[in-house]
Ligand binder design. Structure first.
Ligand code: AMP
Length: 426
């Protein structure tokens, strides 16, 4: 199948071909025609499936079909959980709208609001935003959402994990009830289903990959190793394998910093990216990583969401995540758009239970190796690590992110839930 058969305009096809895409990914094949028909869509799709183009391309087409409104009020709103994902979606919107008369911008917290406000004043058709800053600016009456025709919730599961549900509801309350809604989520918990029920109007369900299975193009490998030898083993693997671009996941911010120092002292360029880093530091780390001046990016799960690094050859779990779905998210970063990748996990005795849980989820056994000189410690306890036993602990998953506005009040949120109820699917 080619992009030509999806009903997209020539201007969009030109932008797509400029990106070098020849074939729409499965999620794009399914979602694009539905969105163009004006349907509400509930999509199960992880990062790496091409989901961003799956909603951005038809959204741009729909907006460009009519005349731009006078003063250019926001007509499409894309909400994302993190700044990085917001920036990434914006970048895609800009690329795909190159040949269209569409204005777009991105707003997120942690940076001065003035440049964002100035851009909004000039009018934008597509706004990409994190919920906290969006509400902040709305409460200051610096933007209006009264003309929103299309709403996208990207990585909705992460937004709920990060405590954005209330903000999302407040945002709903200041938008027109009649609009098209698209909800993208990698996982479908009870909470996500409830949110979908609330927001979507007779949605069509589309799935990119069978739920909770690993992308086939990724080779997986477990190294059993003593906890105290993990960092040395990682240095050896990177050096022996001549790995040039490695994304390493740690469970905690502190762990990310410590490992980064260790890599640097072993003459491997590395930078950490996590919630305590400023926006500038994160952007710098990501740019260095993409350019190749930073060989290893050490990240926590939350910080890594939304990072767009095409063709990533190696992902390492320095520690296994205690939430099995996060394993699938993490290693999904290697198998992007058909390229193959290698996902390695360094597993100590206390992570045995996590490993079993992950294998259950992905319904396969991951091959295990032991490297000479880096054997597991037979005296190490197999008792699971205490920290981060459940969702919301560990590296601060449930903590509201920094950009989150506090005490944001929505004057009309009271009446909203009634209206939502009337929109519920029967
Ligand atoms: P996403 O899942 O939206 O984060 O996209 C993952 C990566 O795939 C991004 O780097 C996109 O630029 C790229 N991509 C999206 N659609 C296609 C396509 N049809 N063909 C090749 N690459 C694509």
């Amino acid at each position: 199948m080619s992009f030509n058969s999806l009903g997209l305009s020539d201007a969009l096809l030109k932008a797509i071909s400029k990106q070098g895409y020849t074939t729409p990914s499965p999620i794009q094949q399914k979602a694009i025609p539905l969105v163009l028909e004006g349907k509400d869509v509930l999509a199960s799709a992880q990062t790496g499936t091409g989901k961003t183009a799956g909603f951005t391309l038809p959204l741009l087409q729909l907006l460009s079909e009519g005349k731009p409104l006078r003063h250019r009020p926001v007509r499409a709103l894309v909400l994302t959980p993190t700044r990085e994902l917001a920036a990434q979606v914006y970048e895609n919107v800009r690329q795909y709208s190159e040949y269209l008369d569409i204005r777009s911008t991105v707003i997120f917290g942690g940076v001065n609001q003035n440049p964002q406000v100035a851009t909004l004043r000039n009018g934008v058709d597509v706004l990409i935003a994190t919920p906290g800053r969006l509400l902040d600016l709305h409460n200051q009456r610096l933007l209006s959402l009264a003309n929103v025709e299309i709403l996208v919730l990207d990585e909705a599961d992460r937004m709920l994990d990060m405590g954005f549900l209330r903000d999302i509801k407040k945002i709903m309350a200041v938008m027109p009830a009649k609009r098209q809604n698209l909800l993208f989520s990698a996982t479908f918990s009870k909470d996500i289903k409830a949110l979908a029920n609330d927001i979507l109007n007779h949605p069509v369900l589309v799935e990119a990959t069978p739920e909770n299975t690993t992308v086939e193009a990724i080779a997986q490998q477990v190294y059993r190793v003593a906890k105290s030898l993990k960092a040395d083993l990682l240095v050896k693997l990177i050096n022996d394998g001549n790995w040039e671009q490695v994304l390493v996941f740690t469970r905690t911010k502190h762990g990310a910093n410590k490992l980064t120092q260790k890599l640097i002292s072993s003459q491997i360029t590395a930078m950490a990216i996590h919630g305590n880093k400023s926006q500038g530091a994160r952007t710098k780390a990501l740019e260095g990583f993409k350019k190749g001046t930073v060989r290893v990016l050490v990240a926590t799960d939350i910080a890594a969401r939304g990072l767009d690094i095409p063709l990533l050859p190696h992902v390492v779990n320095f520690e296994l995540p205690n939430i099995s779905e996060d394993y699938v998210h993490r290693i999904g970063r290697t198998g992007r758009a058909g390229a193959s990748g290698l996902a390695i996990s360094l597993v100590s005795a206390d992570e045995t239970t996590f490993l079993r849980d992950i294998e259950k989820l992905i319904r396969e056994r991951i091959p295990v190796e032991i490297v000479e000189g880096f054997e597991p410690d037979p005296n190490e306890s197999t008792e699971p690590v205490k920290q981060g036993q459940g969702r919301g602990q560990g590296q601060g998953r449930s903590n509201k992110p920094k950009e989150k506005s506090s005490g944001a009040k929505s004057p009309s949120s009271g009446g909203r839930s009634d209206r939502n109820k009337s929109r519920r699917r029967s």
